[in-house]
Design a protein around this ligand. Structure first.
Ligand code: F6P
Length: 507
């Protein structure tokens, strides 16, 4: 029983006191090891972005455990929660749910459709019912582990229907949604068999956040097809829509990185040592760097073909420029991803076969997760970054590379179809990733760019990312949601857990 007098309690429940992040992946994932379980750090753009926001904030993160088995967590969850400074609560999916919700609806419907790759879509009706079922499972978990005074902040395309499910279950919470991937234009979106239901589900949130103004415009344009009577009003960053007597806000909030952390860690001695070794081992060749999750949205074959063309056209690049391509394994059980891996490896083999000379191979290829410091050493060592997705919500690699470019001598080549282009276009070399000749030219231009121009461009890139960092992103979002800033939320030390909730969690 609460010890607060009634009036005080009502006042307290009207206040937003804790952030509850909800996403498909947690910042940790478990894997079977021997007879037990091993807890590992989770990875992906969303985790990189949200982790510094919740860190030591006394909040809660709800997400999938990473397995379909019942996990005996023992003390592991408490240890992970203590280390991170927020509570972690896993949701378990059955094998059938994983198959139809994650591999099905998320990966075969929304992912390709929202990246404009409609021919890769599989609109299997069964997937939709599992999508709703799993979103409802998340809503049930939120109802159990959160309080009316919490702000439920749902992340990404896997969980669009969560607010709708909360409402169906009569779980009253303030809710916000953020889409990390692009939102397509009507001519693409309207192919979705569940287009009206998905838009309706989005409108159940109090605030819907997109990465760019273009994504927000696409969303509003799609709404106009489905519900022409809905009126959008306002100007600037956040618009409002009146839906069934409620106000829904819709904004563009470009996500970013913990700039200071990247910049200071890359200046530290651990990175410095690795950097020294890396430079030695390159034998005087410059590095053009690609770091991507292995995904068909990243434009990998096109990038390799562009690099090959640059080598064919400019022999002065031979032995002077090496493409270091890091591919982070992703969705490794999916045949399309296996085929992409084979295609990439075939192209790498062809290029190396064509140009390798003496001790120089033009492409150094890694298919693995790099450690944080190793990654930062590559960022620092690279004279050029090649970020050329066919389509991308934001692409944080572009921002991470600049944050780590302490000497301000690097050049960022950036796809015009990455969300990051909206912010970085003036000082990056903007390219169309489908234009093999254009990208090859950009590589050569970056290689031959005057040092002063490089410096001026990189300086401005870094200033802009430093200013628009992950904390200003979350502040902009929270200000739009309810005029709050991140610092208004209690830190881990200040947060007083609610006794009712603690009891519920323990039972
Ligand atoms: O880009 C958005 C994002 O959620 C990333 O965080 C993540 O890397 C990807 O989409 C989804 O990957 P996965 O299917 O491995 O969770």
């Amino acid at each position: 029983m609460s010890t607060h007098p009634k009036s005080e309690r009502t006042k307290k429940e009207n206040r937003i006191e804790r952030l509850v992040a909800v996403s498909n992946r947690l910042p940790i994932a478990v894997q079977r090891k021997g007879g037990g379980w091993q807890v590992q750090a989770g990875s992906g753009g969303l985790i990189t972005a949200i982790t510094p926001v919740l860190k030591n904030r006394g909040g809660l993160w709800i997400g999938w455990s990473g397995t379909t088995e019942e996990v005996d967590w023992g003390e592991e969850l408490n240890i992970a929660s203590q280390k991170s400074g927020y509570r972690i609560h896993p949701v378990t999916l059955t094998p059938e749910e994983l198959e139809n919700f994650y591999f099905g609806f998320a990966n075969e419907v929304i992912w390709p459709l929202f990246h404009d790759l409609t021919t890769r879509c599989n609109f299997n009706p069964k997937y939709w019912y599992f999508y709703l079922q799993v979103n409802d499972k998340y809503a049930e978990t939120i109802g159990k582990y959160s309080l009316p005074s919490d702000y439920i902040w749902v992340q990404d395309y896997h969980l669009i229907a969560v607010a709708q499910m909360l409402r169906k279950r009569r779980i009253a919470r303030r809710t916000g949604f953020f889409l990390h991937i692009p939102f397509p234009s009507p001519d693409v979106f309207m192919r979705l068999p569940w287009r009206a239901q998905l838009l309706r589900a989005l409108l159940e949130y109090d605030l819907i956040g997109f990465q760019t103004v273009r994504d927000r415009r696409n969303f509003i344009n799609c709404l106009q097809y489905i519900a022409p009577n809905l009126k959008t009003s306002g100007r600037g960053d956040v618009l409002t829509i009146q839906v069934d007597g409620r106000t829904v806000r819709v904004g563009a909030f470009p996500i970013s990185i913990d700039y200071e952390n990247f910049a200071s860690t890359s200046a530290g001695s651990a990175v410095q040592t690795k950097l020294h070794w890396l430079r030695e081992s390159m034998g005087g060749s410059q590095i053009v760097l690609g770091v991507d999750r292995l995904d068909y949205t990243k434009g990998l074959p096109e990038r390799l073909k562009s690099f090959r063309l640059a080598l064919e056209r400019h022999p002065d690049l031979h032995r002077k420029l090496t493409l270091v391509q890091v591919l982070v394994p992703s969705r490794t059980d999916v045949p399309e991803y296996q085929q992409l891996k084979s295609e990439v490896e075939r192209l790498v083999g062809e290029i190396n076969g064509q140009f390798t000379y003496g001790g120089w191979a033009p492409v150094l290829y890694m298919f693995r997760n790099l450690g944080y410091e190793e990654l930062l050493a590559y960022y620092r060592a690279a004279q050029i970054a090649l970020v050329t997705p066919i389509k991308d919500g934001m692409n944080l690699v572009a921002k991470e590379y600049c944050a780590c470019n302490l000497e301000e001598e690097g050049v960022l080549i950036l796809s015009e179809f990455a969300g990051a282009a909206a912010q970085l276009q003036k000082n990056a070399l903007l390219v169309n990733p489908h234009d093999i000749e254009g990208v090859a030219d950009a590589i050569y231009r970056a290689f031959t760019m005057d040092p002063e121009e490089k410096k001026a461009r990189m300086k401005r890139l870094r200033e802009s990312i430093k200013k628009n960092n992950i904390f200003s992103w979350v502040d902009a979002y929270l200000a739009a949601a309810f005029s709050k800033k991140l610092d208004d939320f209690p830190t881990e030390e200040e947060y007083v857990p609610d006794i009712r909730l603690e009891r519920e969690q323990d039972s």
